[in-house]
Design a protein around this ligand. Structure first.
Ligand SMILES: Cc1ncc(COP(=O)(O)OP(=O)(O)O)c(N)n1
Ligand SMILES: Cc1ncsc1CCOP(=O)(O)O
Ligand SMILES: [Mg+2]
Length: 216
């Protein structure tokens, strides 16, 4: 995959904002997020038809802004609504199983907290790995222990040029440090979804990532 897509990877579900998730997503898209993941899980998450309706509306918005739309965990939903890819974790469907049922051109991302998982994900043909949690986060109930920028750097050393996005507790001030450690970009939920101005925040994330790229 084109690694620049990982620069500002926004993830959102209906319970990550007190406002209208479609409004938050459109503001983030206007600000310049480069990739999007629909992650509808946890407390009061939508189910069934409601979940599908929201996913379809989010996909349409993403496509209006030419941003690929990925679905977290729910491969069946991703297929139903013709997403652009999926993200799976260590406890979800395996990449092998996923690849059997999805179109060839879809992006498949895999979560990795440890070197072993990252090396395996690369062997299995992941398009990118989501490495984290980097810092502590209140957004994911079952998050593992944070690995810090050092943990990310150790993983980078072992996976060559495999695209990596850092995730977990990330704020604007972390971007440069994480890209120095080997991330191609950052994946965030609350820093954008809970921002008073998601558009400006998304835009500033992109500026930081572009600044790092120009310095190389
Ligand atoms: C980009 C990215 N990286 C990691 C994750 C976490 O996936 P997972 O470990 O399966 O946990 P859930 O998000 O499903 O709770 C992710 N979603 N996205
Ligand atoms: C989905 C996920 N996977 C690891 S940490 C995390 C939550 C990231 O959310 P936030 O950016 O609000 O910490
Ligand atoms: Mg998962």
């Amino acid at each position: 995959m084109e690694r620049n897509l990982l620069q500002v990877y926004f993830i959102l579900g209906s319970n990550n904002t007190e406002g209208d998730p479609l409004y938050v997503l459109e503001e983030a898209l206007k600000g310049g997020v480069t990739l999007f993941q629909f992650r509808e899980k946890g407390h009061s998450a939508l189910q069934g038809e409601d979940k599908k309706q929201l996913a379809m509306q989010m996909k349409e918005l993403c496509h209006l802004y030419h941003v690929p739309f990925l679905v977290n965990d729910d491969i069946e939903l991703a297929l139903e609504i013709e997403a652009d890819g999926v993200h799976v974790g260590q406890d979800d469907m395996s990449i092998d199983e996923v690849r059997k049922v999805i179109p060839n051109n879809w992006v498949v991302g895999v979560s990795s907290t440890k070197i072993k998982e990252a090396v395996q994900a690369k062997k299995d043909g992941a398009d990118y790995i989501g490495v984290g949690p980097i810092y502590s986060t209140n957004t994911k109930e079952d998050a593992k222990k944070p690995i810090g920028a050092e943990g990310l750097q150790d993983i980078r050393k072992r996976v060559g040029d495999l695209p990596i996005v850092a995730i977990g507790g990330i704020h604007l001030g972390h971007v440069i440090r994480l890209m120095q450690a080997g991330a191609d970009g950052v994946s965030v939920i609350s820093a954008i979804s809970q921002s008073v101005n998601p558009q400006t925040t998304a835009g500033t994330f992109l500026n930081h990532a572009n600044y790092f790229a120009r310095m190389q």
